[in-house]
Design a binder for this molecule. Structure first.
Ligand code: HEC
Ligand code: HEC
Length: 281
């Protein structure tokens, strides 16, 4: 008897995580979100830009930062109505005659996914296989820690899905500087700057050490060497400190990994988090 109660609670949990009272049956359904994205990419990107964060001909539908909402943001049901009926007298067409009713609802599920952090709408795939790719072929663990295991030359990813949007995670793996550069020179920020600038330090006793910068002031420099060791020097012990722009992290994982490996890695990362401790990072 007890077991049945527990199962019922588990079954109810995903529904509780959804935003209040939408009639959209596709919210939070990874497959529907993926289909909504495909429809979006086909019909909407040209005006609203990639991931609905604004293009040259239409405004943003979502903001790219986690936990941020547009001022006067429409509910998902209102978004669906706008897509169906258009906005008369503006450049926003009505799509109700061109896109099926279900596909418009799936567009709503996709916009909903773009608004939450990754955990609210994890990507489809096999997370267990994705975890193997993380520690294996992807070699992510040489730089990143998850739940106490792994390297320290990159940020800890234990809670990544609770603090970042799916698009930010995908961009981290695929875009130089982890950012999307929109058409026409629009610079769309994806994730806040992270303090892991590549640095090369030369000491007065002739050693050259490469690593990532963690902290510096007038008198001292602290950084993590590529081998994961923490270094702290007074500036007068050093001949030079050279900080390079960019990142030590490769950004072509969509090419280094097979499509299946890449999909499953994202399925793993977008489930990697603990909502309750989201602000502990
Ligand atoms: C030809 C360009 C164009 C295309 C294609 C287009 N839109 Fe729009 N859309 C606009 C413009 C322009 C506006 C702003 C209208 C206004 O001035 O209020 C808009 C507004 C919107 C809004 C309202 C935003 C808000 O809350 O104020 C939503 C939602 C939206 N579009 C969704 C979509 C979706 C989904 C698609 C793809 C099916 C799409 N649009 C395709 C031009 C376009
Ligand atoms: C050579 C070290 C290195 C490797 C290998 C590496 N990363 Fe990174 N990663 C970093 C650093 C450093 C950052 C911090 C931002 C920056 O400087 O690029 C970062 C940033 C990220 C972010 C964004 C974190 C945030 O807070 O938004 C994600 C997600 C990520 N990495 C995932 C991965 C995954 C998954 C792999 C393996 C496929 C991987 N990384 C491989 C060093 C690495």
């Amino acid at each position: 008897m007890k077991r049945i109660v527990v199962l019922l609670l588990l079954a109810a949990a995903p529904a509780l995580a959804q935003p209040k009272a939408s009639t959209n049956p596709f919210l939070g359904n990874p497959q529907a979100v993926a289909e909504g994205k495909a429809t979006y990419d086909r019909y909407c990107t040209a005006c609203h830009g990639p991931d609905a964060t604004a293009g040259e001909r239409a405004p943003a539908i979502v903001l790219s930062g986690a936990g941020t909402a547009l001022r006067g943001e429409r509910s998902i049901d209102q978004i669906v109505a706008v897509v169906r009926n258009g906005i008369p007298g503006t450049g926003m067409p009505a799509w109700g005659t061109r896109i099926s009713s279900d596909d418009i609802l799936k567009l709503g599920a996709y916009v909903n996914a773009l608004r939450g952090t990754a955990m609210d709408n994890p990507l489809p795939g096999d997370p267990a296989h994705g975890e193997q790719v993380f520690w294996g072929k992807g070699q992510c663990g040489t730089c990143h820690m998850i739940n106490g295991r792994g390297g320290v030359t990159g940020p800890d990813l234990s809670n990544i899905a609770a603090v970042r949007k799916t698009t930010a995670i995908v961009n981290a793996l695929t875009k130089v500087e982890h950012r999307v550069f929109g058409d026409g020179g629009v610079h769309l920020p994806a994730i806040p700057p992270m303090d892991y600038d590549p640095v090369q330090v030369v000491t007065k006793d002739g050693r050259t050490i490469d690593g990532v910068m963690r902290n510096q002031d007038h008198w001292s420099v602290q950084f993590i060497g590529m081998d994961g060791t923490f270094h702290s020097f007074d500036r007068d012990e050093l001949t030079s400190v050279t900080i390079r722009p960019g990142s030590i992290m490769p950004t072509d994982y969509d090419k280094r990994l097979s499509p299946d490996e890449f999909r499953d890695l994202l399925a793993f990362l977008t489930r990697q988090g603990h909502k309750q401790t989201a602000d502990a990072q």
